[in-house]
Every structure is written in C-alpha cells, then in structure tokens.
Design a protein around this ligand. Structure first.
Ligand SMILES: Cc1ncc(COP(=O)(O)O)c(C=O)c1O
Length: 470
C-alpha cells in the first residue's frame, strides 16, 4: 500500500473546501460560530461528523477503513483500529475482549491505571508480576523473564499475559522470549505500548511489540508521533488468537458515538509521517539527541542516563542532594517543560525531529544557570515496594463490591485492604492498587513522594486513604 496516501485527511480537506452549508452537528457550523477565536475556527475546519462520504468509525467501509488498513500495513498488523479515547480505551477494550469474570491473568504490577481499571471491569483475577528494582537507574523497570516464566508455570490457566513495553523511560527487555514462552503455554500476550508508536521508524530503536509477536498492542500515537492528544491505535496481529470482533464490540461500547474527526485525521497523517521517515532522517536525529545529551551532561545537578532502549527518552538522574521538583521548576521558569518528575528523575521526551538552533541556544543558557542558586537537601532514604515477585489481590473484585469503604488515616492504615488505588500522576502507575494490603513501605513511599511534591490523583492523600471494613 502507498504509505504516502492519507485518505481520511484528504477527504476532510476536500469536504471543507466545498464550503458546505451545515444543517447538522457539530454546532460550531464549520467553525463559523467561533467569531473571535481564530485558532479554534482553524481547528474546526476538519471537525466533521459522519456525513456522506466521511465514513463511520463504528462501521467503517470508506475512508476510515482505508486509513486503518494503511496503518495495519505499516505497523505489520492484521487489523488496526483508530482510538479517540487514548490508549486508555484501547487497554480497556483489549482486556474486556480477552478476559472474563474470575479468570486469572498475569499482569506486570507497575502498569498504567487503565490496565488495572480494565481488570476490575472484567472482574478478572490479576496475578501481579513485580518489576525489578534497577539500582543504577534508581527505579523499578520490568519483571525479570524468570518472574514471567515462573508465573506461567504457576498459573497455566491464566488467560493472558499483559505487559508494558517500553516503559515511560524508554526501557525495554527481551520481549520476544517472554512472548514465545507465553505462546508455548497458549496464553495470548497483550502489550500496552503507549510509549512506542514510533519504534518502527529506525533500526536503532527497539523492536516493536508487534515485531516481537504480541497478539494485541495499544499505542498512544499522541505521545511519540505527531497526533492530537488522545489519538491512539489498537493493533491485532496476524496470528492473534484474540478475535478482533470482540474487541470491536467493546470499542463500540466504550468510544464516543461522535468520535472527533480531528483526532482521526491526525492518526491518518501520523501513520504517514512515521512510515515516511527515512533511515537518514533518523540517523541525523539520533546524532542530534546524542549532542543534546552531552549538553545536558554539563550540569552538576544530574547524571544523564545512557539509553538502553528508546534513545528519544532522555532521563536525568538527579543527584541525591538535589530536589528534582525544584530543578524542574527552575527549568520551567526558563520555558523548558519536562514530561515527568519523580523523587529522583527528570524525564525529557525528545520529538521525532531535532531542536532548532534557537531552542538549543536557549537550552545552553538554561543548563548553565540551573541549580546555581540552590540549597542542597539531605538525601532521602529509598523505599523498596515490591518485595514478592508474584502476588495476588487480598480479595477479589466481586468481594470488594460487597464491602463498605471507610477513610483511614495513615497511622492506622498498615494491614488494611486498599479500597482505592493511590496514583501519583504522571505517570499514572498506582503505588498501591485497590485490593492490596497496605504495608509500611507503601505508607513510607507515599510520604516520601508527598515530601518531594509529587502530585497524586487522590483526595486527602496527606491524611490517609479509603480502605475496606467488613
Ligand atoms: C504506560 C501507559 N499506558 C497507557 C497510558 C494511557 O494513555 P492515554 O493517555 O493515551 O490514554 C499511559 C499514559 O500516560 C501510559 O503511560
């Protein structure tokens, strides 16, 4: 298929150019009602609905079907689906389409909350695979292959293996061997590849999950490719034993009946963009990112991690006596906005094109200035969270439904069952998930992150959390 084509985007442009008279939704009437908001009027140009010739995401036969086929051809899938609710909706649909009530499923514990929400909606029995703590990186990465192999042996009845690949920081592992082991046990592998839509643009980037043989893969196009926020893909592989029909059924339930054509068009053009990157483009980009790493390494405030996966992720490992949140605030005060700040890291996500000379000059000035007027802190002690490699919830999701929740202060929370997940955001990976027993380490970790000004998506996090009381 010709990857230069963008059938969906082109049809929307042709449609708008006819200057049609609108007797239909949306109410902005091709943007005319955005009287004083020129930029919104511009965006509204492509914000169409399911008019003749513009197809229907929920029963595609025309331009959307063609655009999805082009995506499938590029990514190497049997079927690709366009998502307008982020990888979030893709993760929910792939789980609901694969796992039923009370069925066991092997799942990487440090997964995004959408995976855990999917498991709860399905009423599944999650078997958590703890990630390994990487001392050099000062963070959890992924479960070791041995943890996965052990879990496959211990739970041969599990209906799927769910992993995140690559992680937020671009770290990868030998996914192919793990997938082969799961397939040998007849388990389909579902991959949250939210951070990896761009992996097929260069040989020097890690192998994509589809290339490694995954059955269903979800990618946030908006994270690493030029697509609008929420625009994402779901792919089903040629060999997948998970039928696409059932995933489609859930997507029809979970996605809006009025999906945004702006998002859909950006999925069409993002696929063309990715498919037409050349090896030369990507080699130049890799060199530019390397130079940027060297520039960042001139600061005394952090070490720049050497990439061992996705080289577009630049991880600054902040020295223990600096406070990452304060350094990030300094960067922001100079107009430089990082993606993520933890108690030890600042993550910069490089785009698929090099910075301009002007941007580089600004960065040089910022890097020279950052941290200079800074009072150092006493290094914080580290807390280890996942002490057991393979764990289950203390009670099932269906039991939780019958129990009453109450608010418990931190001093009394240890030993109780969590009735809510505690979620630092970003990255949206629960430190404590609903149904787990609260441990001393959880409480210490939450306090440590609170003291490092990490934001949580929980009310009253300073005082305590919801727990179950029978
Ligand atoms: C690993 C992972 N999976 C899924 C998601 C959800 O993606 P989206 O924002 O596209 O819904 C995120 C968001 O940050 C994520 O980091």
């Amino acid at each position: 298929m010709n990857q230069e084509e963008t059938p969906l985007y082109d049809s929307l442009i042709q449609f708008a150019e006819q200057r049609p008279i609108s007797f239909h939704v949306p109410g902005h009437k091709h943007g005319a009602l955005f009287h004083n908001e020129d930029i919104l009027r511009c965006a509204a140009y492509l914000d169409q609905t399911e008019l003749s010739g513009l197809d229907d995401l929920h029963a595609p036969e025309g331009i959307i079907a063609k655009a999805q086929q082009l995506a499938a051809a590029y990514f190497g899938a049997k079927h690709s689906r366009f998502l307008v609710g982020g990888s979030t909706v893709g993760n929910l649909a792939m789980i609901l389409g694969t796992i039923q009530q009370d069925e066991a499923v092997l799942v990487q514990r440090n997964c995004h909350k959408s995976i855990l929400n999917g498991l709860e909606l399905a009423g599944a029995k999650p078997v958590f695979l703890a990630p390994e703590y990487n001392e050099a990186k000062a963070r959890y990465t992924h479960p070791t292959p041995h943890t996965v192999y052990d879990a496959i042996k211990m739970y041969p009845e599990a209906k799927a293996l769910i992993l995140t690949y690559p992680d937020y920081y671009g770290t990868v592992f030998d996914l192919k061997s793990v997938i082969d082991a799961a397939h040998a046990a007849n388990m389909p592998v579902l991959i949250d590849e939210a951070h990896g839509a761009h992996l097929q643009t260069a040989e020097s980037l890690p192998m994509s999950a589809l290339q490694a043989g995954a059955d269903v893969v979800v990618q946030s196009a908006h994270k690493m490719a030029p697509a609008f926020t929420m625009a994402s893909y779901l792919h089903v592989s040629e060999e997948s034993t998970v039928p696409v029909g059932i995933i489609d059924r859930y997507l029809r339930m979970l996605q809006s009946s009025s999906p945004s054509y702006l998002l859909l068009a950006s999925l069409d053009t993002a696929r063309k963009y990715l498919a037409t990157r050349t090896e030369e483009n990507m080699n130049e980009l890799q060199q530019a990112v390397e130079s940027l790493r060297s520039l960042l390494a001139q600061s005394d405030c952090w070490e720049v991690e050497s990439p061992d996966g996705d080289w577009l992720k630049i991880v600054l490992l902040v020295k223990p006596d600096y406070q990452p949140r304060q350094l990030a605030a300094e960067l922001e005060s100079h107009g430089v906005y990082p993606e993520l700040v933890t108690d030890r890291h600042i993550l910069l996500v490089h785009g698929l094109e090099s910075l301009t000379q002007d941007e580089l000059q600004r960065l040089r000035e910022v890097i020279a200035a950052v941290g200079s007027s800074y009072s150092k802190r006493t290094p914080v002690h580290e807390v280890r969270l996942f002490t057991q490699p393979i764990t289950e919830l203390a009670i099932s999701y269906s039991e939780m439904e019958k129990m009453q929740e109450k608010f418990t202060v931190w001093q009394e929370a240890v030993g109780m069952i969590a009735a809510e997940s505690v979620i630092p955001y970003p990255p949206g990976i629960p430190v404590l998930t609903k149904g787990e027993i609260v441990t001393k380490q959880h409480v210490e970790m939450i306090q440590l992150w609170k003291n490092s000004s990490i934001s949580f998506q929980n009310e009253r996090i300073a005082e305590g959390m919801l727990t179950y009381s029978k």
